[in-house]
Design a protein around this ligand. Structure first.
Ligand code: ADP
Ligand code: ADP
Length: 229
């Protein structure tokens, strides 16, 4: 079984079945891209992994062997899983540096000095070390998304989930965010990425998952899955 292990994952909204029994294992260090038409369940799947969405009885998800249930186990899972959304969800009243410091301070009790130094290292890593004292509204979309990535990395997650991280960006900013993600992949971070960026998927993914109507209909190396029209 994988580092992230998903068995018979089912999720319904009322009578509508958004996920119809997904089985998926993701190995440590693996980069998996999930593609497929709008409404096929990609976002729902990824949101189930840290239980932003509840899922049906009989479904099982484990991260690093820990069942994604509730209570203490869920808190442990969430500490291991970083998430980046389509909308950056930064705190507008905090500076860029404070956004990145917040979770380590609150959740881990990291000292202010330590959290600040870590934030500056991470902001350098995503190429915006010089923006640390600004407020999010003064940054471009691409810069804000890079802050969101730094913020997720601040908890030193074992897995990073990305839900269409470039879909709300102006085209000229897509590249700078994909470059940061490419660097992460190179450094061995386990990544599950919902994306419409086929170039990124073909170059960076170890494996591509194609979803349709709540099911995985094809999976394999990018060259195989992305080869047909
Ligand atoms: P994708 O990410 O592939 O576009 P989603 O996972 O967002 O697909 O949605 C899968 C299906 O579930 C869609 O038909 C969507 O309309 C439906 N859906 C998603 N969220 C809800 C919700 N909160 N209530 C009802 N239906 C939902
Ligand atoms: P995204 O593309 O970012 O997933 P969506 O428009 O699909 O955005 O969904 C935005 C929010 O609306 C999500 O929280 C999703 O769960 C919810 N949602 C999506 N489809 C439906 C639906 N058919 N009924 C109710 N809520 C929905």
């Amino acid at each position: 079984t994988g580092f992230v292990s998903i068995r018979n994952l089912r999720k319904s909204y009322g009578s509508f079945e958004a996920l119809k029994g997904i089985d998926l294992d993701v190995a440590k260090g693996e980069v998996v891209c999930i593609i497929g038409p709008s409404g096929s369940g990609k976002s729902t799947l990824i949101r189930c992994i840290n239980r932003l969405e509840a899922f049906s009885e009989g479904s099982e998800i484990r991260v690093d062997g820990i069942p994604v249930t509730s209570g203490r186990a869920l808190a442990k899972v969430r500490a291991e899983v970083g998430m980046v959304f389509q909308s950056f969800n930064l705190f507008p009243h905090l500076t860029v540096r404070q956004n990145v410091m917040l979770a380590p301070r609150r959740v881990r009790g990291t000292t202010r000095a330590e959290a600040s130094a870590q934030a500056d290292r991470l902001l350098d890593r995503v190429g915006i070390g010089n923006q640390a004292d600004k407020y999010p509204e003064h940054l471009s979309g691409g810069q804000q998304q890079r802050v969101a990535i730094a913020r997720a990395l601040a908890m030193e997650p074992q897995v990073m989930l990305f839900d269409e991280p470039t879909s709300s960006l102006d085209p000229e900013m897509v590249g700078e965010v994909l470059d940061v993600m490419r660097d992460l992949a190179r450094t061995g971070v386990t990544m599950i990425v919902v994306t419409h960026e086929m170039g990124f998927a073909s170059q960076v993914a170890d494996r591509v998952i194609f979803m349709d109507a709540g099911q995985i209909v094809e999976e394999g190396p990018p060259a195989q899955v992305l080869s047909h029209p």
